[in-house]
Design a protein around this ligand. Sequence first.
Ligand SMILES: [Zn+2]
Length: 385
Amino acid sequence: MKLTAREILDRLVGFPTVSRDSNLALIDWVEEYLDGFGVTAHRTWNADGDKAGLFANVGPEVEGGIILSGHTDVVPVDGQKWASDPFTVIERDGKLFGRGTVDMKGFDALALSAVPLALERGVKRPLQIALSYDEEVGCTGAPPMIEDMTRILPRGAAAIIGEPSMMKAVTGHKGGVGFLVTVRGFEVHSSLMHTGVNAIMEAAKLIEWANEQNEANRAREPGPLTALFEPPWTTVHVGQISGGTAHNITAGECHFGLSFRCVPSEDPEEWRAAFEMKVAEVEAQMRAVRPEARIEVERYFDVPPLRPEEDGRAEAIARRITGDNGRHVVSYGTEAGQFQAAGYSAVVCGPGDIAQAHQPDEYITVEQFRRGEDFVSRVVDHLCA
Ligand SMILES: [Zn+2]
């Protein structure tokens, strides 16, 4: 059944695919939609079997196609004040309100609306659809899906990741790597604190290290690519911390999350190594007091940067279609870096403004949505040439 992009958007937003919940109802719907056009969908399952990514080849089974990629999960609405039901698209004042309208079911809907266009116009190279899960919890769903795609589908020439960029061609973004840190100290009465290990105060040393890195990075002169970013340096951030039980007990445990946002010219693995060296140093000090004290570090997300490509195919296509010739980079991570890491030429280009993402009363303007429709239609034309 042929639906307009707007009708598809209504359906997709109607599935409350918050990252912590299953996305299978949405995936089932998309599979049935594709099946209606004789297009075979493939799934990549998560370990628990309650979520899946979906990908498909539309048109001839040949290399050189274009991938339109989006994520199916959305951030929660808990505690947010919405003027209307977040999971029903409402049009008001030239805006389409609803959770995921801009981030990024709007683009998912546009990509799916291009499927019948590709078949009707008879593309010579395939349109490929890639819909992931768990993007909002650290881009963990895309890598296994991309791996399956490289095995199962003919190799695409370019991947367009439709995160909201106001239809600008974004060719670079920072990479991110995040750690959950557990400091295990030793409890004693605080009057005898020199015989215990205070996990909070030891954690503070690692957090102070983060402060020092930020200052040093900020003071460094950025290279030409790094200078495009805001801010033009790698940042280290601690956004959560908990620990301790009483003011007069050395804290037995402290938990915190520490993450890096790395400019593309720097290697997140080197930052990880530097952090782990500091962890080892602090841990040695702790163990000198109590040998059972320790620090555990668990990586919980890892998003490679998107590096601007020399003569990138994806960039060239996005620029030709949008007419945008500016240089754009963003400081948030996307799945584009993961497609690039798997050897695809990749660019971020999608409708709407990231400023509306994750907000109460999230919306995409009707104007941006129309520009998105025009964009995917021209992607299909490009595949016919
Ligand atoms: Zn997104």
